[in-house]
Ligand binder design. Structure first.
Ligand code: GTP
Ligand code: MG
Length: 121
């Protein structure tokens, strides 16, 4: 009976939660993407002015609900000295969004190198 009730409770009230990493070079547009996504999916969220976004040192966390699913985004800083921190988060994440500034051709190969960074489990 307990199993049945707890199963019903979970079905009714619990959301599936997934963590998604947002990675990419500094200035690629990760935090801007996250702000835009939050504004789009969270009805009452008054997005911050995009011009106020400054480079991320550390981590921004943003959450959106899509149906019964909750997505938690971890937006990490993309500066070179922060890239070594990316792999600390892989194990906890369910997916990765890799952001590339397609107009910044000069940094495309740098972006590829960062994407290929070795992962240390
Ligand atoms: N025109 C244009 N500018 C953008 C777009 N996305 C981001 N930007 C601008 O690019 C700059 C960097 O954006 P951020 O979102 O801070 O970049 P980031 O990837 O979070 O950078 P770090 O936090 O340093 O890793 C800002 O001046 C943004 O306004 C876009 O789609 N179009
Ligand atoms: Mg940022």
């Amino acid at each position: 009976m307990y199993t049945l009730l707890s199963g019903l409770y979970k079905y009714m009230f619990q959301r599936d939660e997934y963590c998604v990493l947002i990675l990419g070079l500094d200035n690629a547009g990760k935090t801007t993407f996250l702000e835009q996504t939050k504004t789009r999916f969270n009805k009452n969220y008054k997005g911050m002015s995009l011009s106020k976004i400054t480079t991320t040192v550390g981590l921004n966390i943003g959450t959106i609900d899509v149906g019964k699913t909750r997505l938690m985004f971890w937006d990490l800083g993309g500066q070179e000295e922060l890239q070594s921190l990316w792999d600390k988060y892989y194990a906890e994440s369910h997916g990765v969004i890799y952001v590339i500034d397609s107009t910044d051709e000069e940094r495309l190969s740098e972006s590829k190198r960062a994407f290929d960074l070795p992962v240390h489990p």
